[in-house]
Design a binder for this molecule. Structure first.
Ligand code: PLP
Length: 467
């Protein structure tokens, strides 16, 4: 921040002029923003000089941490050499070409081509357009419906919001869309029968999917989109065998699989891609966030040879491929991605995310497993969540109006910790930069536990929780 701009002015200006994304607007008008001005590693600093551990890496994205000089240097050098040129009509710049090659080489299953966009949302919209174009090209114009999952999060453009399975995001926006269907989330706490084995739960989830496809008519169902591990929907890790069972159903009915790797891609689960960790075989993959560690916006649709051949066929029918953004294949963003991926490789950050993730899960279990209001502690790699319930057995949610998770997130801020209350149920999440040290993991969990204790003491005093 310009040191001549007093923070009170910023707060006032923000309230007057800035429409914030995903924000309770009336509350914000009263309370104003929390303005961050600096970042280093896993730490953020606000206008008052207060420091926070950012246990969310921004929005699950600043994977190499804040304050990376190599990335700043890349930005400067690329902006001086060539800040922008487009890639329409066979034009190109160098860095996106090199990045496309890198992405194909890193892919967990054989892939063929890369289309670049600017956000996870627009990339998921593109995936749906690609799938439709592919099916039109191969003479299956009725095969258009897309299946997603309840609790899945795929973004906020029109189609991506439709794919998202969080009803709070459809309300007031005339969504979902008629060609999108949702199936059961693999969320043991709320969806499995008490005592149900993993195998029986998986069989039920696959049967739900098959019933849905049969009810819609398999010749109308084009693709299914899944995050390897759901992020915003609750950090939901499916039970073992889930993807093999789901994939068998998709294969049976010629339904494509889109892996939404926007959070999981580039190391968060301790493997390069979530698909690798979870045993998915996608036809199309969406990446964003961690591709640049969010230093600049960039996303990509990575597609298989089968889809590519369909696009070529489409060209014969429809002419030139008529899709793309002004900022598709932005050379600055691609240069940053190349540097970011090189940092991840040079510093062994994929393996480090796995190792720090194991420590984080052990400490979360030590801190929360015995807490009477903790219903589930979930996660894999550097993605974790703790879900709070009014009653453990049988699992009973808190009254949503108590906003338990949101209160915990606010109390965490007072402890100098940024966590996130996820939009459905009462989960708080952890998804720190891969560069978090062991001591910082310990500190992060300790601060979270203090925040939780503070809130449950208050809930008890208010008569909302018996303890
Ligand atoms: N897909 C997943 C799995 C995400 O987590 C997100 C964002 O959180 C998106 C898509 C949308 O990405 P963006 O916010 O860049 O549009």
């Amino acid at each position: 921040m310009d040191s001549h701009t007093p923070s009170t002015d910023l707060h006032d200006l923000d309230r007057r002029y800035f429409l914030h994304p995903f924000t309770a607007l009336a509350e914000h008008e009263r309370n104003g923003p929390l303005v961050m001005v600096k970042g280093e590693g896993v730490w953020l600093e606000d206008t008052s000089g207060r420091r926070y551990i950012d246990s969310m890496a921004g929005l699950w994205c600043v994977n190499v941490g804040y304050g990376r000089r190599e990335i700043a240097d890349t930005l400067h050098a690329q902006a001086m050499r060539l800040p922008y040129y487009h890639s329409f009509s066979s034009m190109a710049t160098d860095t996106p070409i090199l990045l496309a090659e890198k992405l194909i080489k890193l892919s967990p299953v054989p892939m063929s081509k890369v289309f670049f966009g600017n956000s996870g949302s627009d990339a998921n919209d593109t995936q749906v357009k690609l799938v439709w174009y592919y099916n039109n090209a191969r003479g299956l114009p009725q095969k258009k419906k897309i299946i997603a999952r309840n609790r899945g999060y795929h973004g906020v453009t029109m189609v991506a919001t439709g794919l998202t399975g969080l009803p709070g995001m459809h309300a007031g926006f005339d969504l979902p869309l008629p060609f999108i269907r949702h199936t059961t989330a693999p969320h043991r706490l709320w969806q499995a029968e008490p005592g149900q084995s993993d195998a029986a739960f998986v069989a039920r989830l696959a049967a739900d999917l098959e019933s849905l496809i049969l009810a819609e008519g398999p010749d109308t169902v084009a693709a299914m989109i899944m995050e390897p591990v759901m992020g915003a929907g609750g950090v939901i890790v499916p039970p073992p065998g889930y993807y093999a069972a789901m994939q068998a159903v998709l294969d049976k009915y010629d339904v494509l699989l889109i892996a939404d790797e926007v959070i999981c891609g580039f190391g968060r689960l301790g493997t390069q891609f979530g698909s690798e960790k979870m045993g998915m075989r996608p036809d199309l993959m969406t990446v964003a966030k961690g591709i640049t560690s969010a230093y600049v916006p960039l996303s990509a649709c990575i597609i298989s040879e089968k889809i590519w051949q369909g696009l070529l066929l489409g060209g014969e029918k429809y002419g030139a491929f008529a899709h793309g953004y002004t900022y598709s294949a932005h050379p600055l963003a691609a240069a940053v991605a190349l540097t970011n991926l090189q940092i991840i490789e040079d510093e062994g950050l994929v393996a480090q995310a796995g190792a720090r993730g194991e420590l984080m899960h052990r400490l979360l279990r030590d801190a929360f497993a015995d807490h009477p209001a903790v219903g589930e502690i979930r996660g894999v790699g550097l993605m974790g969540a703790v879900e709070f319930v009014a009653l453990r057995d049988p699992a009973t949610p808190f009254d949503p109006s108590l906003k338990v998770a949101a209160r915990i997130a606010r109390a965490a801020l007072e402890e100098g910790l940024i966590t996130r209350a996820l939009p459905q149920g009462d989960s708080i999440s952890f998804s720190p930069p891969f560069v978090i040290s062991e001591d910082e993991v310990v500190e992060m969990v300790a601060r979270a536990r203090r925040a939780v204790d503070k809130v449950f003491t208050q809930l008890h005093a208010e008569g909302h929780w018996k303890g």
